[in-house]
Design a protein around this ligand. Sequence first.
Ligand code: MSP
Length: 647
Amino acid sequence: MSKYITTPIYYVNGEAHIGHAYTTFIADTLARYERLKGEDTFFLTGTDEHGQKIEESAEKAGKPTQEFADEISATFKNLWDEFDISYDKFIRTTDEDHMKGVQKAFEVMFAKGDIYKDFYEGHYCVSCETFFPQTQLVDGEFCPDCGRTTSVVKEESYFFKLSKYEDKLLEHYANNPDFIMPRSRANEVINFVKGGLHDLSVTRTSFSWGVKMPKSIGDDKHVMYVWLDALLNYITALGYGSSEELMNYWPADIHFVGKDILRFHAIYWPAFLMSLDLPLPKHIGAHGWWTRDGEKMSKSKGNVVSPKEVADAYGVENLRYFMLREVPFGQDGDFSQRAFIDRINSELSNDLGNLLNRIIGMSGKYSDFEIDSVDVEKYHAKEIQKMNIVLDSLDAFLENLQTHRYLEELWKLFSIGNGVIQECEPWVKMKNGQKDEALATVAVVANILAKAAIMLHPIMPNTTNIIADALNFEINTASYKEMILEKKLLKLFNIKKVPPLFPRVEEPLMQEAPKGEPETIKEEQNSKNKEKETKKEDDNLIGIGQFFETSLKIGTVVAAEEVPKSKKLLKLQVDLGEETPRQVVAGIKEFYSPDDLLNTQVCVVANLKPAKLMGMMSEGMLLAAKDEDGLCLIRPQKPKKAGTPIG
Ligand code: MSP
């Protein structure tokens, strides 16, 4: 069985922003996942280059339209290449084959009697490239979708008989409840259709930047309406109207789109396909809208997030992880550096990165990097069972586009891995001469990591290849089948050292977004007065960002001893969930004995510069409170995983 996955094609009136990157990341993730499962997959993306909007943008830039389109289209393609997007074809609507296919489709619809000539009089939003009847405008003038002023259009036009397909469309939605994903978005489409469909104007005569009318119709002052042209890319990319070579991939499994263009994909596109007697796509996946720090992004505010800038600062795969983890598919999402950094530090660096480092470190220390899985079943049947339950649950989440749940579940594997190390304490077993047991623990965690890396591969392809390399295996369909479907354990030999994959981010690496301008002078004045009023109190306050500059973590004391000749100092080894415990020298001897502390938990300032106390390195500080009754350590109320961030 083959799979066909698409992104929208992007308008070439500006460079890519984070919303474009999000659709592309999800589509790329799904395509990679299908390929991993062994499916023959075709993944399409590209640019939408015709229409009045592009013509006007090129004019503004003072460039010939084709040259302008070439330049911006190339910025998209280069960006996706730089991001390792695994598309099979990058289509441009100015490609000859595409234009031929659009003309062919027009001829087929015309021959069928679905297209007729008339006169259009109404309103047009150039930004949305959409016609609106007067009744739908806001205040009789503004676009109901984007709020911009519309222009009046009076021209001869060819119309597509959209109204003819009303019942068939409703029947299709009823019979295919998963046609629109998430299902919660289906109602707005169904209500729109039930409200009555007007026939759709599908040609324009007032500008010329579009696919020409087919010669057979002989009305060459018309060019195609840009949405008819654009939607057809999904079949012309497969050779419709030209080579027909790849039409075996049709129908598409899923078209990913933003919620703003769902209507075009869930109403117009299926109606066009019905007219062409072609099967309909299986799903339309509509995602939500991204904001920045809670505000709508716009060029005029200067707060548009450039995916290139984010990727340069934080790494593209971290960005993929963040976007897919942060937002339930279909809902709006917010890009904030703080939230992004928190996920990098706690989920990528702590949970995953440290686990890998620990395995590399322990395998090196205990057995010269050579580990095998012979004793894993014997000592760790319980963890293997837990791991398999998680692995079995994953597929359904991605099939339902629930990327955030997929990753949330996947992360349970790292808590199983970190948990088993904490519970089994292989370093103690090594000291006690129970080497087999210690190595079995290292091996079970290495297996957990390997399987997690396979399942994380579609989201973080290059990072997981490095993990696989460190664990001495390859991620591909064969290893997916053996290790995930057949649940085999990996025989691991020669674990390799790799540099830390997820360095902690201590402070934002990009400039913060400019805040939205106050809308009126009055508002500006009001806010200035308020600022004065609160200034005094604010002097003693810190922002949340400043608070988070201190990395506080839960630590488990794994060794404690008195510092000889010191009245005050104890020397502790504190497990912070890292490869090796940290040494902390603390002035608490008058209040605690080593026995009071061994195997208990403490709160540690983890990003303090190391310091020497009585010639001993101290790599952290314990939180404590002291009053006239003495000193007491601050401890978690319930046991928490070593390394759990506090805050
Ligand atoms: N050219 C049309 C699509 C034609 S598909 C046959 C188009 N292009 S676009 O460049 O304006 O938008 C492309 C995609 O980006 C759309 O899916 C849109 O929803 C998405 N986004 C644009 N801004 C966005 C955000 N702020 N957040 C998330 N996605 C957003 O529409």
